[in-house]
Ligand binder design. Structure first.
Ligand code: ADP
Ligand code: MG
Length: 320
């Protein structure tokens, strides 16, 4: 007897509420949520399509994690505190093993950050997962892409390129089990940099999360701010785990053009010290690396040891 839509929601997605600001959650026509006075509501949504954003047959726990993580990363990039999520699921035949794994991955990350699932939609169709997250930030402290100024220093959190290298490992090693590979784990279980984003709120002049490759994302930040940047390639944070497995040119490509890093790219006023930040959870603190400087002219110039070099290639674009 296949699981019906309502049983499915009951069994996997309805839980008793843990947040007092959820006046009404899953089960009614809509959720009723209380926004704290004096703070702006921050909203973001992202869709994952099987075969495009995750490999067919990806571990369901990783799909649940990723669907929420990519959205929490957007809130981190705004300096916001997440509160609530909505989940729209399009599923082929409901597979209970898949749903169990998906819900486990989703709620493990939700619980780690105090996020409550307050509603959604469930339909039959190709495997597509859309999550929306809602949170708050004091509007004056929100981190935008548009505030970078010439002379600002440019920084990134964590290691770049590991996720893209993990994806390449999964694709190339399709026959074998790669689930214990640390680079593959980085790809499947990205950690949104929420604590860092909140520490930067009101301090960084601009910020965004790196989801489509550093170079393309930096260009977006520069365009939004009406500035340019120099990016020092020798400063790119490439981990030992990455460098020990791939030639240096490939590591740099993963960092510049790969995607799914979910690190924060941000700018600080020239004389501003880099804020220390504690990141809770097993991952420990992400290191912060200064990778360049904002300039007055438009466009991104890459340098190696201070000397300008030409770099080709672009970030991920669905319609190119
Ligand atoms: P409606 O017909 O009003 O759209 P639904 O039958 O789609 O209501 O959903 C019933 C309730 O279950 C609603 O509160 C909705 O938000 C919630 N819901 C549906 N699907 C999900 C899901 N995948 N995760 C969480 N809540 C869900
Ligand atoms: Mg509905």
């Amino acid at each position: 007897m296949p699981l019906g839509e309502f049983d499915l929601i009951e069994r996997y997605f309805r839980r008793s509420s843990r947040r007092r600001d959820v006046l009404l959650g899953v089960g009614d026509d809509a959720a009723l949520l209380e926004v704290p006075p004096g703070r702006a509501l921050v909203a973001a949504t992202d869709t994952l399509v099987e075969g495009r954003h995750f490999l067919p047959g990806a571990p369901p726990r990783s799909v649940g994690h990723q669907a929420l993580a990519v959205n929490l990363s957007d809130l981190a990039a705004m300096g916001a505190e997440p509160a609530w999520a909505l989940l729209s699921l399009s599923l082929p035949d409901p597979d209970e093993r898949w749903l169990g794994g998906f819900a486990e991955g989703f709620f493990a990350l939700a619980d780690a950050h105090g996020v409550e699932l307050v509603g959604g939609d469930t339909v039959r169709g190709p495997l597509v997962v859309t999550v929306e997250v809602l949170g708050f930030v004091a509007a004056a402290r929100a981190l935008k892409r548009s505030g970078a100024r010439p002379g600002d220093t440019l920084h990134v959190s964590g290691w770049l390129g590991e996720s893209a290298a993990g994806l390449a490992t999964m694709i190339r090693g399709a026959a074998g089990d790669t689930s214990d590979d640390p680079l593959v784990r980085r790809h499947l279980f990205a950690e949104p940099r929420l604590a860092l984003g909140r520490a930067l709120a009101g301090i960084a002049t601009s910020a965004m999360d790196v989801s489509d490759g550093l170079l393309g994302d930096l260009r977006k930040l520069c365009t939004a701010s009406g500035v340019g940047a120099t990016l020092e390639l020798d400063a790119l944070p490439l981990s030992e785990a990455l460098r020990s497995r791939f030639p240096s040119e490939e590591c740099e490509n993963f960092a510049l053009h790969g995607g799914d890093d979910y690190e924060l790219l941000f700018t600080l006023p020239a004389d501003c010290p880099v804020p220390g930040e504690p990141e809770p959870g097993a991952g420990g603190s992400p290191r912060l690396t200064c990778i360049g400087r904002i300039t007055a002219g438009g466009g991104v110039r890459c340098t190696r040891g201070g000397v300008e070099v030409a770099i080709s290639g672009a970030g991920y674009d669905h319609f190119r």
